[in-house]
Ligand binder design. Structure first.
Ligand code: GAL
Length: 662
């Protein structure tokens, strides 16, 4: 495999053609090798129904190719043109208040609208027939950021009709649906699938099984929508990589399933915007990391999409300066563009691509920085990109193969759980991402790398410790994987607390039969300030469970009121609540010891380590220099040195095995 590469997002349709060749030359001169274009250009490709205008796109691709650049061509289906919307206005999505969303920005389509899907198939066929074999078009991005701007769920007529068909296929008879959902509750029994409406605008909450099925249906629509384009591109653009750009903390469709149709998963990383509007943190934390981003948020998504892409993943859009869409949009601290780029490579990214080449002086994103300013002079990010290019060349032996991680710790991720706990949080703070992110942060604070694993994974080979927090319902795969695993598994809170049909299991959670002889008799959610202390230090926050344990399960720690907290049966541990950082660290020490995984002393806030084959990377998101020597890390340093300044990066050669710690 090749060394990691850099890319950039470029919009030839937004600039005079006279600039293209010079732009391409400068990109290549900078060391960029890949350019994504086209994903919002439908109105230029087809200005009126059936009238194609592809000459400009031919020339744009050829200009980039002439400079030696490889093109990722976006399908333009996130921005259907006005004439198309006017022809089929019922393709517009409808929000949860029943209001039709309108033309004028982007993502103005409903995934369920079959007529729109056909239009997408038509335009993608046109593009694939023309560029499918073009030597410079080496990859395709399908659509852009599915689900962005809250567009996964739509309450349109197309969605309602599609949902009824989907339910009929899933349940075959209305009696089966009534039984499964238990619609007798509040007299909701249906006589036919045609009576079923979408679960919105109800007087109070709609039935959770109804809502979960609607979310499953909506997710399936995204998968099917993507599949239509993937099938066309496979046929007409053979041998080209297919990619989609997923998002940060947007999990409302099953990204693993979408990625199954692709070669590469990518995501769009905006660390400063995310810190402001997607990370649960107090004001002190936000202020401290305002110019660098949360130290674990990027890494979490790198690992998630690495799993979705089955090892092949990119950052398709990397923040290069202030963005325009968060509540506040600071300038990144010097060095962060380089740090974010190296961090992605340390997690195995094949390509990091900056959004965007030049800041656009008009339109919705005129306040969004690019690598070049609107006056075409370089923005501060350019120098950091140039430095990164030089470093990649020096570290020429860093190949994506070397970034293979035999992470001892695996974290199971499950989209259905994310949907289920937003349907029935049972406590204001109970959020699936937040629960997993706490666990992820806790593990990394002890210097370990984490591998994310899908809940559909057939097993946990290669790992010693597997964490399964907040898993809504077991599936057969997962039960078998747990039973067949000879390492250590930490599950809970709330794992296995429902059946797949959103009911409480007959034998009560955690519903693992003889594998874990315990039942949860009661649960409670806890307001901030009502934490439940655990003997010896730490507490449960937000959520707590009352475990009834039967031998051979044994209590490892108890809450101050005597109720078992973590319990253990063989290699299986159950954690009966949401641990605060102190309790989480105690529990991690306990399960790591059982798993034979050595932890480092807690790292200073802002210092992140990532194992990548025979390299150990260190990243300093903090504001003070860190002595890596002082942490027991020893060179040789292939990048940086033992004193790691703020925003600095180091790479240390380490023995390939044992995996961790170095
Ligand atoms: C992404 C999107 C880009 C651009 C960018 C701005 O969400 O894919 O098209 O809008 O955000 O930060």
């Amino acid at each position: 495999m090749a060394s990691p590469t850099l890319g950039v997002c470029y919009y030839p349709e937004q600039w005079p053609e006279a600039l293209w060749a010079e732009d391409a030359r400068r990109m290549a001169e900078l060391g960029i090798t890949r350019v994504r274009i086209g994903e919002f250009a439908w109105s230029r490709i087809e200005p009126s129904p059936g009238t194609l205008s592809l000459g400009w796109l031919d020339r744009a691709i050829d200009t980039l190719a002439a400079a030696g650049l490889q093109v990722v061509l976006g399908t333009p289906t996130a921005t259907p043109p006005k004439w198309l919307v006017d022809r089929m206005p019922d393709m517009l999505p409808v929000d949860g208040d029943g209001r039709q969303r309108r033309f004028g920005s982007r993502r103005h389509y409903c995934f369920s609208h079959l007529g729109y899907r056909e239009e997408c198939a038509r335009i993608v066929t046109v593009l694939a027939e023309r560029y499918g074999h073009h030597p410079a078009v080496f990859a395709w991005q399908i659509d852009n950021e599915y689900g962005c701007h809250d567009t996964t769920l739509s309450y349109s007529t197309a969605a309602r009709d599609g949902f009824r068909r989907w339910l009929a296929a899933r349940y075959a008879s209305i009696d089966a649906l009534n039984r499964t959902w238990q619609t007798v509750f509040w007299s909701k029994e249906y006589r036919s699938f045609d009576e079923i409406d979408l679960p919105y605008l109800t007087v109070t909450e709609a039935h959770p099984a109804h809502r979960l099925d609607f979310q499953r249906f909506a997710s399936d629509q995204v998968v099917a929508f993507n599949q239509v384009q993937a099938d066309i591109l496979r046929r007409l653009a053979p041998g080209r990589d297919l990619i989609h750009n997923f998002m940060g903390r947007v999990f409302d469709f099953d990204q693993f399933e979408v990625a199954d149709a692709l070669d590469i998963a990518s995501w769009d990383s905006y660390p400063l915007g995310f810190l402001e509007d997607r990370v649960n943190a107090d004001d002190g934390w936000r202020r401290r990391f305002a110019r660098v981003g949360d130290p674990d948020f990027q890494a979490f998504h790198h690992d998630l999409y690495r799993a979705a892409g089955r090892g092949r993943w990119w950052v398709m859009e990397q923040q290069p300066g202030p963005v325009n869409w968060a509540p506040h949009n600071p300038v990144p601290r010097d060095g962060m563009i380089r740090l974010w780029t190296w961090e992605a490579f340390a997690h195995g990214a094949e390509t990091v691509s900056y959004f965007r080449w030049r800041q656009m002086p008009a339109g919705q994103e005129q306040m969004h920085a690019g690598l070049r300013r609107p006056d075409d002079r370089p923005s501060p990010a350019m120098a950091e990109v140039a430095q990164t290019v030089r470093e990649i060349a020096n570290l020429g032996n860093l190949t994506t193969d070397r970034t293979e991680v035999a992470a001892d710790v695996a974290l199971v991720f499950d989209h259905t759980s994310s949907w289920a706990w937003s349907i029935q949080s049972q406590g204001a703070e109970f959020d699936y991402f937040r629960l997993l992110f706490d666990a992820y942060r806790g593990v990394r604070r002890r210097g370990l790398s984490v591998e994310m694993v899908s809940s559909r994974s057939p097993g946990f080979d290669g790992h010693r410790l597997v964490l399964i927090p907040g898993l809504f319902a077991w599936n057969d795969n997962l039960r078998k994987a747990i039973a067949g695993f000879d390492g250590t598994v930490l599950i809970g809170p709330r794992s296995g607390s429902k059946t797949r049909d959103f009911a409480i299991p007959d034998q009560l959670p955690p519903d693992l039969g003889a594998l874990l002889e315990a039942r949860i008799g009661q649960v409670e959610s806890l307001a901030v300030g009502c934490e439940v202390a655990v003997d010896g230090g730490g507490a449960f926050q937000f959520w707590r469970e009352y475990l009834e344990t039967v031998p051979p399960a044994e209590t490892c720690l108890a809450a101050a009121d005597g109720v078992a907290a973590p319990i253990r049966q063989g290699g299986l541990f159950y954690l009966a609540g949401w641990p605060d950082p102190v309790l989480l660290d105690r529990v991690l020490s306990m399960v790591s010891e059982a798993a034979g995984v050595a932890l480092r002393a807690p790292l200073p806030d802002g210092l992140c380590l990532r194992r990548a084959g025979d390299l150990l990377f260190a990243f300093n998101y903090g504001g003070e220099p860190v002595s890596l020597d002082g942490l027991g890390l020893r060179g040789p340093y292939l990048l940086g040195g033992a004193e790691l300044g703020p925003s600095d990066v180091a790479a240390i050669a380490v023995p390939a095995s044992p995996a961790e710690p170095a």
